[in-house]
Write a protein that binds this ligand. Structure first.
Ligand code: 5AD
Ligand code: SF4
Length: 421
């Protein structure tokens, strides 16, 4: 979401005739687009901002803006701590950068911006074949650990026609894959006057010529409807992958987290998905050491990973976020226990992922080629519909094209294949 917001920020600048500088010291304007989902992201921002002070000393004309969720949460207090910051802009006020460029002294843009979701901002997208497209902003789920409802505000869906027009124009420019973005895409349409639900939106996007693959993130397990699973099955361009964050395998912890489902309900949805879409890959997010998580709760998370056999996971230690409910809860788990549990989760999942990847050896899969492999420039890298990364030896012309590869070797984070002609 933040990377895509940065594409919008870059789009606004380039529309105003600015071009990217090769180095911070040569820049006239620097925008730090920040994330506050966990403390680590915040620490990264602080050290980066510290470095920029030197750039400002070297070039006093440099203008620095802080954008994103830290900007929204910390607001004007950032000016006090970092007097060399010129502008503070929240994630729903990116369009205010136009005014900042014209008159570089507007200070902050942190207010509610009720029409933001109707604005079609320019974008400078990275790459020419895969694109992110925002379909909704904000979140009102208030999971107890999460800062997003406080920083990104109320849930608001973009008009379906705007989304359709944006994707149609991307398709005309040669983009083949779109990823629809929202904090909780399954509730798309709830705030619209027209009755368009997420499965309807998928059908609409599916009808666009030139779009060959459709992905979406993130799905909330509570709102994953049967109708959506049916739409995924019925629409061949919708990729056979779903990211479905479980967070914990314990009902006690899920309740404390305010997630709105039990493990059994979650499990039923996974079974439904696998029955309707055989071969679908399912990935998830896990938090270890949420306040009140006992050894028994944690064991249930480990059991959930063993039962469900995810294709991949993102796992994090619980991180205290100012303003959230969880920070006030009793029984915070010691840092070391959170870290040990995280290590156990990652170790267990490594084995599962490797096993799952190994089962693909010998299969022929279609990949959309993204470009040279970062680890080995002799090779190209592409992604399967199930979102697995495949490296193979191919020609430069393969870039941005669909290629069939036979999987010859499995790794932990990627697969190796041979191109079929
Ligand atoms: N601590 C740890 N992980 C968090 N996430 C969100 N907030 C926190 C937090 N305070 C994780 C969740 C979410 C993912 C995007 O980030 O797992 O699904
Ligand atoms: Fe955060 Fe929960 Fe909303 Fe996801 S659904 S953004 S975890 S509050």
């Amino acid at each position: 979401m933040n990377v895509h917001d940065s594409e919008k920020i870059a789009g606004i600048f380039s529309e105003n005739g600015l071009i990217s500088a090769d180095h911070a010291e040569n820049a006239d304007v620097i925008v730090l687009n920040t994330c506050s989902i966990r403390e680590k992201a915040e620490q990264k921002f602080l050290s980066e901002l510290g470095r920029l002070k030197k750039a400002k000393d070297y070039n006093p004309g440099l203008k620095i803006a802080v954008a994103g969720c830290i900007a929204q949460q910390q607001g004007k207090s950032l000016f006090k701590r970092f007097p060399y910051v010129d502008f503070i802009v929240g994630p729903n006020n990116i369009d205010k950068l136009y005014r900042w460029i014209d008159n570089k002294s507007i200070g902050t843009a942190l207010e509610d911006n009720p029409e933001y979701h109707k604005k079609n901002l320019p974008m400078q997208r990275a790459g020419g074949v895969r694109a992110w497209v925002s379909i909704m902003y904000g979140c009102e789920n208030f999971c107890a650990y999460c800062v997003v409802p406080y920083t990104r505000g109320k849930e608001r869906s973009r008009p379906a026609q705007d989304i359709y027009d944006e994707i149609s124009s991307l398709a005309k420019r040669g983009f083949k894959e779109v990823t629809l973005l929202g904090q909780n895409v399954n509730s798309y349409g709830r705030t619209l006057e027209e009755a368009v639900h997420f499965p309807d939106l998928l059908r609409k996007v599916h009808s666009i010529d030139g779009v060959e693959r459709i992905r979406f993130v993130t799905s909330h397990p509570r709102d994953l409807s049967e109708e959506l699973i049916l739409a995924m099955k019925e629409l061949p361009k919708v990729c056979e992958h779903l990211h479905l964050p479980i967070q914990s395998g314990s009902d006690h912890v899920l309740h404390l987290m305010n997630r709105g489902y039990t493990f059994k309900e979650y499990r039923r949805r996974v079974d439904g998905l696998r029955k309707m879409i055989p071969g679908i890959s399912i990935t998830t997010d896990i938090i270890t050491g949420f306040p009140g998580e006992t050894e028994e709760d944690f064991r249930m998370t480990m059991q959930a990973l063993t039962d469900i056999q995810y294709d991949g996971i993102f796992a994090f230690k619980y991180s205290k976020r100012p303003g959230t409910k969880a920070i006030e809860m009793p029984d915070h788990v010691p840092e070391q226990v959170k870290a040990e549990r995280l290590a156990q989760v990652l170790q267990l999942q490594e084995d599962v992922t490797y096993q799952k990847n190994s089962e693909l050896v010998g299969q022929v899969l279609e990949i959309l080629v993204e470009g040279p492999s970062s680890s080995d420039p002799e090779r190209l890298t592409g992604r399967t519909g199930t979102n697995k990364i495949v490296h193979y030896c191919g020609e430069r012309e393969d870039q941005d094209a669909f290629v069939n590869v036979r999987i010859v070797k499995a790794g932990l984070h990627s697969l190796f294949g041979e191109k079929l002609f």
